[in-house]
Design a protein around this ligand. Structure first.
Ligand code: HEC
Length: 124
């Protein structure tokens, strides 16, 4: 984790280039400020990637406002495992993101302030 934070902080291009509104995050109380800063950076990148590769299918409109659904940790982990096992489902263009990018997106989704909109599969 530490190593990836160091590597990622070198790639601040994406975050620096974006002018979109930043999401609010909910980090655990016990998280050290330096660690928090690293996570925030990853989350900001994840948000950009999420907006490009995932939001089109996953955001939901609630009273005219676009909301990012709250995925559970299990859903995010399951999704990552599925993709790293290369068992892609044809309905999801998983191959558009690398494992590293997916990690950033997951981190963003994990720590973003809850929208109160749980992720639900359409058929359930
Ligand atoms: C083309 C539309 C589409 C795109 C783009 C898309 N998804 Fe999905 N996603 C779906 C559908 C449909 C489901 C529900 C069916 C399923 O689980 O395969 C789903 C399910 C999920 C789940 C829940 C899986 C589970 O096991 O419950 C997660 C997490 C998820 N997507 C994350 C993402 C992320 C992160 C991205 C961006 C990298 C993304 N999706 C891009 C359509 C999409």
């Amino acid at each position: 984790m530490k190593r990836s934070i160091i590597i990622l902080s070198a790639f601040c291009l994406l975050a620096a280039c974006t002018t979109q509104k930043k999401a609010k995050y909910e980090f655990p109380e016990a998280m050290q400020p330096s660690v928090r800063a690293g996570f925030k950076e990853i989350c900001d990148k994840g948000q950009v990637l999420y907006n490009i590769t995932c939001a089109g299918c996953h955001n939901v409109k609630v009273k005219g406002k676009e909301k990012i659904p709250d995925f559970t940790l299990e859903q995010l982990k399951g999704y990552e495992i599925r993709i790293t096992n290369a068992q892609h489902e044809s309905s999801m263009p998983d191959e558009k993101v690398t494992a590293e990018e997916l990690g950033q997106i997951s981190t963003f989704l994990m720590y973003k302030k809850k929208s109160g909109v749980p992720f639900k599969k359409k058929d359930s």
